[in-house]
Design a protein around this ligand. Structure first.
Ligand SMILES: *[C@@H]1O[C@H](CO)[C@@H](O)[C@H](O)[C@H]1NC(C)=O
Ligand SMILES: *[C@@H]1O[C@H](CO)[C@@H](O)[C@H](O)[C@H]1NC(C)=O
Ligand SMILES: *[C@@H]1O[C@H](CO)[C@@H](O)[C@H](O)[C@H]1NC(C)=O
Length: 497
């Protein structure tokens, strides 16, 4: 091309030389024709080249698009399999001193036959009893005496516990998606744990758990920390990243109190925030959990903690027996466990609140859902005081008016009717003295029991969160029959007069 250009220049140069023009007209015409031809050739070549360029550009665009298509279609073709229990590995923090008592809480939820995986990490050797067969394998944590610990209030076992996830990861188990930490006095509702974890991509970095109920605890520790007793989940790649840096990280925070604040300090270094799931329960409270369990947030119940600290969740039985009772409705309909429904007995003018599988409250008069969905203050704060400003969530007094103290019915039995596929749960009246009430209306103190029908609904949490509806089917002097289930089209919790 360059050569051609040169030639053309020469022709033009020749052309403008006047003496030559005069010398021969024929010669000029020949040059002119060569010029026109050359211009034509140059032009054609240029056009051809450009169109060639266009063509290759086109090809480039096309191939880019097709590889993009491959990239975006392949994840859809290979449908990611849902997370199951077998993808979770538990790391349970325990101590030899409390093992004999605390292991009974683990037995409540650990299902050996479900091929659950996990390790109980202890500080010292323990004797195994014949009935320990159903427990996870036990290991002794590696020595941590080389780590500095200088918190005056705490105990250096915090370092050992903080390293449980890293130590469990180093065991090299395969096909792990999540590591879940818990204490020896944590009870997990594992079906619901799986439901919650399924909302998140285990190939990403996730740190999932919940806060303390205590505002002051959250101030002292962090509002961005997963409390260890309530349990928390760390996705596999995050556990790997943590494992690489945790020992160095721990050395940077010798002044911290516990294991979970050390974990949070390392999460902060990794830049991974807490993903809050309020179904994990630290339960930093004293007294009776009733108010919290009777008005659970509209989210699956994942864990319960501090079960040694609070009263048994069902009255007049041991703590472990009480929890065993809660496992019965859990087996039939884990998604619906302690989920609240609110309705009215319009024939009597009562408000009915169901905490499915746990307890029923019947109130004189009509209380609005916004009132009944608040936990009643049956519990004390972490400093053993009845101070409702201690919590960063709303609570309500046990009764604003003596007449409105709830009549409570605790679940005594539950079964599945295989003909109707409905669970039938029974709740017996908890007989405690009630203040005198001068309201001229039906008295719920005559009621002996409440029966609740509910269809198991394993898909409950695949839909947007919504309280189930309840309807009073039968209201006799001694017996109330209630139906709980999906709200019908247009159904609202409002008084039907
Ligand atoms: C894209 O998908 C096609 C058809 O499945 C396949 O032949 C091709 O190799 C894929 N290309 C890339 C870049 O993966
Ligand atoms: C199951 O429900 C059906 C229909 O209501 C009833 O006839 C039957 O007696 C129930 N079965 C049991 C075991 O309660
Ligand atoms: C009950 O459930 C079983 C199994 O899921 C099903 O085959 C049956 O049709 C159901 N019966 C009713 C009355 O819904």
């Amino acid at each position: 091309m360059k050569q051609l250009q040169k030639d053309t220049d020469k022709i033009i140069w020749d052309q403008v030389r006047p003496n030559r023009v005069r010398n021969g007209y024929r010669k000029l015409m020949m040059y002119l024709m060569v010029f026109v031809c050359a211009t034509y050739v140059v032009y054609t070549l240029t056009v051809f080249n450009t169109s060639n360029l266009h063509c290759s550009k086109h090809e480039l665009v096309f191939s880019t698009r097709s590889s993009l298509q491959n990239a975006s279609f392949s994840p859809d073709i290979v449908v990611p399999k849902k997370t199951e229990l077998k993808h979770i590995v538990f790391g349970i923090a325990a101590s030899a001193k409390l093992w004999e008592r605390r292991k009974n809480y683990i037995k409540l939820w650990w299902k050996k036959d479900a091929k659950m995986r996990g390790i109980v990490w202890l500080d010292n050797h323990v004797e195994t009893q014949p009935d320990d067969d159903g427990l996870p394998p036990v290991k002794i944590s590696t020595d941590t005496s080389q780590f500095a610990y200088n918190n005056k209030q705490g105990h250096r076992s915090a370092i050992r516990i903080s390293r449980i996830i890293s130590e469990t990861l180093r065991l090299g188990m395969n096909n792990v998606r999540w590591f879940v930490m818990g204490d020896d006095d944590t009870v997990f509702i594992t079906d619901n744990l799986v439901r919650v974890l399924n909302k998140y991509d285990h190939n990403q970095y996730y740190y999932i758990g919940s806060l303390s109920e205590s505002h002051l605890q959250n101030i002292f520790f962090s509002y961005g920390m997963a409390y260890g007793g309530g349990g928390f989940a760390i996705s596999y790649p995050l556990a790997k990243a943590l494992q690489r840096m945790q020992d160095r990280c721990i050395q940077r925070y010798p002044g911290l109190y516990g294991s979970d604040d050390r974990m949070q300090a390392c999460m902060a270094e990794l830049g991974v925030p807490l993903t809050k799931e309020v179904g994990f329960h630290q339960y930093d409270v004293y007294g009776n959990l009733f108010g919290l369990l009777a008005a659970h947030p509209v989210t699956p119940l994942v864990s319960l903690h501090h079960l040694d600290v609070v009263e048994p969740i069902f009255p007049e039985v041991t703590r472990v027996k009480a929890l065993q009772r809660l496992m019965l409705p859990m087996k039939l309909d884990s998604a619906g466990l302690i989920q609240q429904s609110i309705c009215y007995d319009s024939s009597k003018g009562w408000t009915v609140s169901v905490s499915w599988g746990f307890a029923i409250q019947v109130f004189r008069g009509i209380l609005s859902p916004r009132e009944v969905e608040m936990p009643s203050r049956t519990f004390l704060n972490w400093y053993r005081r009845a101070d409702y400003t201690a919590y960063a969530f709303n609570t309500r007094p046990v009764a604003r008016n003596p007449c409105q103290k709830a009549f409570v019915f605790y679940m005594t039995r539950v079964r599945l009717n295989s003909t109707t596929n409905m669970t039938v749960s029974q709740y017996a009246r908890h007989r405690v003295p009630h203040p005198t009430c001068k309201w001229h209306m039906q008295d719920p103190s005559n009621l002996d029991k409440v029966i609740v029908y509910k269809r198991p609904d394993p898909q409950l949490w695949d839909r947007s969160p919504r309280r189930n509806c309840c309807r009073v089917l039968e209201s006799k002097k001694k017996r109330l029959v209630v139906d709980v289930g999906l709200c019908r089209e247009g159904e609202v919790t409002e008084v039907i007069r």
